[in-house]
Design a protein around this ligand. Sequence first.
Ligand code: ADP
Length: 366
Amino acid sequence: MSHELRTPLNAILGFSQLISLEAQDNAEISDFSQEIERAGNHLLSLVNDLIDLSRIESGKLDLSMEPITLSSLGLDSIALINPLAEKHHIHLHNQLTHHDDIVILADPLRLKQVIINLLSNGIKYNKTNGSVTLSRTLTEHHVRILVKDTGIGISTEKQSRIFNAFDRLGAECGTIEGSGIGLVITKRLIEAMGGGIGFESTEHHGSTFWLEFPIHAYCITQNTAQKTLADKTEITQTTTHLPVVLCIEDNPVNLKFIKALFAKRDGIVLLEALTGEMGLTLAKSQHPDLILTDIHLPDSYGYQILAQLKADPNTKNIPVIALTADAMNEDIVRAREAGFTGYITKPIDIYAFFDLIDHYLVEQHS
Ligand code: ADP
């Protein structure tokens, strides 16, 4: 189906470009062929959107869910959308920074498609010299990615129609190009990735569209670590230069305490996973130098995580330390027999904690 729809368009677009080239000396013909090209391109993007929508609606969407840092998402999206912003004289602000980075689980290409769509709407439906800001807010377990513009806004009466396919809320009478299905695709994609979408808008003053995802991990870089995080491949890059510790822990107070402990150490990258599943995903993709895991996790048991890490040739040599409130002697013996490299009991003794961490990180890096 997609082939049948695209093939004639390829011919229209290809030959109209050839005519433009041939007709360089004939202003009128050149102008006509450029009109064909413009309309053809518009039709092509409409066809692509429709194919995308029908694939989503028929459940044929293949998503490849991976850990994504918000800072790399921000850098990539802003770089892609910058030419459009310049063309419309709109200022772009990216507040998704490296510091206290958040990791979510989503399909990287599809999430970028969604952010680009929201950013491009923010630019298209703006005013000259307006601005679009990409930022985030946090609640305990969720992150919201916000795209805020200072544009024309959406009147209260029209707001309920915003996610209706082909409804352009009156924009079809103006000069702004569009098809009225970008937001429908965006909503379907976000929901398929386990997220949510919403917006707030005031007519003549601007709109804020937001996407909400569960937080799967934090990527905290301290001091020296931040300097090496200058480009978009931060996790991959830091893992090659700096010791990386993955901590799998679901309790927010314990997390806060561990983050505070690592804040006292320069040059260690701390990845935090809130579930066993996310811990395993991060262990496989980021290959940390050391793993700390809680024993009682909501979706898993520390011993199961250890067994899965040991069963994978890529992760079997990573030292794994158990973090647990089970402090009986037989618990410790059992952990050692299972293959945990170390055992830290809660409440954590700070000195013993750093002795153990430093011991394994030095060993790995020497
Ligand atoms: P389109 O291709 O028309 O931009 P969308 O599905 O992305 O389609 O958006 C649907 C309609 O919602 C748009 O036609 C426009 O009227 C309105 N809209 C979307 N985003 C914004 C925004 N940031 N500010 C004002 N109006 C918007």
